[in-house]
Design a protein around this ligand. Structure first.
Ligand SMILES: [Zn+2]
Length: 385
């Protein structure tokens, strides 16, 4: 997975050979990246291209979908230049299926950006975690997600989003969150039976379902139902962790967003709350590592600036994982989660030529991934220095 010193022979959009040295066919263009380490393109399994720093709920209210789509295109470019050649966009937060246009424009080469898996809007219950509940009811402010309040509605919304171009489904299962005496309290939103029906529907469509689930009992319901990944995964029961290991359901911790909110809170009271949440996450993450929970790397970038999210890997190492384990979680687990196993996430013949170069050795200093100096996606150089 890590090449230093190394050579990669690229033909078209794919890797033909990789190793300490490879064949140099006549006429091949040589790119000498000097004393750098070559890695597969970075993968972010949890992004929001349609969000930027600032109040999330107000972005839906104040900004038009066309404007947000232009910003999302800009965000996709920033992420790619930072070395992220594949991403899972975890909901447009009220921009509906506008992410279909962004993904398709990238795929057609009209705009630069990572390979994308998109979900359209996330799905949420009336009065739930992402509903617009602090506004004058007479204004009928729209939520940041699509409503579904029953099995029938879940299936209908999933089908509608599928029609509009989604690659996978994102469901909010827990929230609003509070920390009481160092323990996370968060109500669940869907029952196990409801989530099971959603899982059955995504299997019928041949897609996956990612679930925002911070605590119990919602996370247990989600893993019992057999969802694809657990987003945030702040505080999990022993039974939930056991099932995640057994069924191989990865947790996506998203430390970067929690860290950012703790450091950029608008008031001392909010800062104290965010810090308490981060402390619970750090404590529980160590338990999850010990329990053998599989991990993927997702930053939740959007509420903090696009292109800065490689910091997620630094935080995962700081809070208990080895650098190699974090890189494997990012690239190999990420590739699987995005449905591109065997295509991306490794520097192997036949894989897409998604390649980044970083200074130094990320196995010794993981922060190297925050200093990407070269990016190739599908055999095309998108950044050099
Ligand atoms: Zn998110």
């Amino acid at each position: 997975m890590v090449l230093q010193p190394g050579e990669i022979l690229v033909e078209g959009e794919r890797i033909r050979a990789a190793g300490t040295s490879v064949e140099h066919p006549q006429g091949a263009k040589i790119i000498d990246l000097g004393d750098t380490t070559l890695l597969p393109g970075l993968i972010d399994a949890h992004v929001h291209l349609f969000l930027h720093p600032g109040a999330e709920d107000l972005q839906t209210v104040e900004e038009s979908v066309p404007w947000r789509t232009l910003l999302a295109a800009d965000a996709a470019k920033a992420d790619l230049l930072a070395g992220f050649t594949a991403e899972r966009d975890m909901g447009t937060e009220g921009a509906g299926s506008a992410d279909t246009a962004v993904r398709n424009a990238i795929n057609q080469g009209l705009i630069p950006g990572p390979r994308l898996r998109i979900s359209g809007n996330a799905i949420n219950i009336l009065g739930g975690h992402e509903d617009a509940i602090h506004y004058n009811p007479a204004q009928h402010v729209l939520p940041n997600a699509d409503y579904a309040n029953s099995i029938d509605q879940l299936i209908e919304v999933i089908r509608q989003q599928h029609k509009e171009g989604s690659d996978f489904v994102k469901i909010y299962e827990t929230g609003k969150d509070s920390i009481v005496d160092g323990e996370l309290h968060t109500p669940y939103q869907y029952s196990e039976a409801q989530l099971g029906a959603a899982v059955e529907e995504v299997h019928r469509l041949g897609v996956t379902v990612a679930v925002h689930a911070q605590g119990e009992p919602g996370t247990l319901y989600a893993v019992q139902a057999g969802v694809t990944s657990i987003e945030h995964a702040t505080q999990l029961s022993g039974e939930t962790m056991r099932l995640m290991r057994e069924k191989h359901i990865p947790a996506v911790p998203t430390f970067a967003i929690f860290d950012y909110f703790a450091q950029h809170a608008p008031s001392q009271a909010v800062a104290a709350r965010e810090k308490a949440m981060l402390e619970v996450k750090i404590r529980e993450f160590k338990k999850q590592i010990a329990a053998g929970v599989p991990f993927a790397v997702g930053s939740d970038v959007g509420p903090f600036p696009h292109g800065t999210q490689a910091r997620e890997m630094e935080l995962m190492v700081r809070y208990g994982m080895k650098p190699l384990a974090v890189l494997q979680a990012d690239m190999m687990e990420g590739a699987k989660l995005l449905g591109w196993a065997g295509q991306i996430g490794e520097l192997k013949p036949g894989y897409f030529a998604d390649i980044v170069a970083v200074p130094g050795n990320p196995l010794e200093d993981i922060t190297a991934v925050e200093r990407v100096s070269f990016v190739m996606k599908g055999g095309a150089v998108v950044r050099q220095q």
